[in-house]
Design a protein around this ligand. Sequence first.
Ligand code: IPM
Ligand code: MG
Length: 370
Amino acid sequence: MTPNRKLLVLPGDGIGPEVVGQVLRAVDWLARRRLVSFDVTEGLAGGASWDKHGTPLTDETLADALAADAVLFGSVGGPAYDQLPFEQKPERGLLRLRKEMDLFANLRPAMVFGPMADSSSLKSELVSGLDILILRELTGGIYFAEPRGIEDLPDGTRKGYDTNLYTTPEIERIGRVAIDLARRRRGKVTSVEKANVMMSGVLWRETMQQLFEAEADGLETEHMYADNCAMQLVRYPGQFDVIVTDNLFGDMLSDCAAMLTGSLGMLPSASLGAADPVTGTRHALYEPVHGSAPDIAGQGIANPIAELLSFSMALRYSFDMGEDADLIDAAIDRVLASGLRTRDIMSEGKTAVSTEGMMDAILHELDTVS
Ligand code: IPM
Ligand code: MG
């Protein structure tokens, strides 16, 4: 058996190394029980990289990421790095990876596992069976556009500014991903911007509308302002299938959608580049939606499920291993149904487990379901 699946693992900071460490046990399980092995290399990102190399991402690690079939990312950031200059902050390492790998399409599914419907802050009838996909543009907009800066003004005050900017090709390429995903799901696309206030939003809406007319035959399409979308998400989330939106609105709406599911600790994401026209392969990075959670880091209580589901997405989107991904998803569902909970999703009558205990149970279920 030749290990030809190149997986670069970047655990990062905070709870990242704990949850990634547990997911590597699932990687081992696949090698042992399904005879599929990965060529796993580990690297440093974020604060961990800064500690060793004085930068949140080295050129070598970036080169490794570009050469890998997939990157499995933990999380970055923490109070120890708050005082660093802006360009050296842990988050800059992640943003550089996204930009240099051209990972323009960020898929953030928000789904409610059956056994978790009562953990949402919404009434369970509103979220039970919920399965929506936020598609966030990830390499453009206000996160990257110039000019940006902080400047002194003649009167001694200062100004800080950023630029939101999208070109038609950027809007069209993320729109096409939304259309493609909706065709494989329930056939609805909601495009979200603030065309009532922002020029970039006007262009976004016009361009999406033209794309829908030309390429979204048979799909249900609509446009929605971002503030309304935030409200609709908590009012009646079941109306959505695929929500496609820009970098900043996608950041906010995905946190909101994540919480609908009962825990941020449950949600994975995939960040994908364009498919190579010849080989069909694409750069890809998989990471949980949750952050580094410095307040609980090192205590062995973090929820490993979002990281594991991120790996499951890697199996689906980068390694064409949908069947193995299904196994992992089913094992997670069964463990949740059995009542085991990490602290973030704990509720009355359930059994508390550690990070490792959760993974023990999932591996045990994997043995059973496979
Ligand atoms: C996310 C995070 C990042 C973002 C931070 C860590 C830079 O909030 O992935 O949603 O703002 O994109
Ligand atoms: Mg965010």
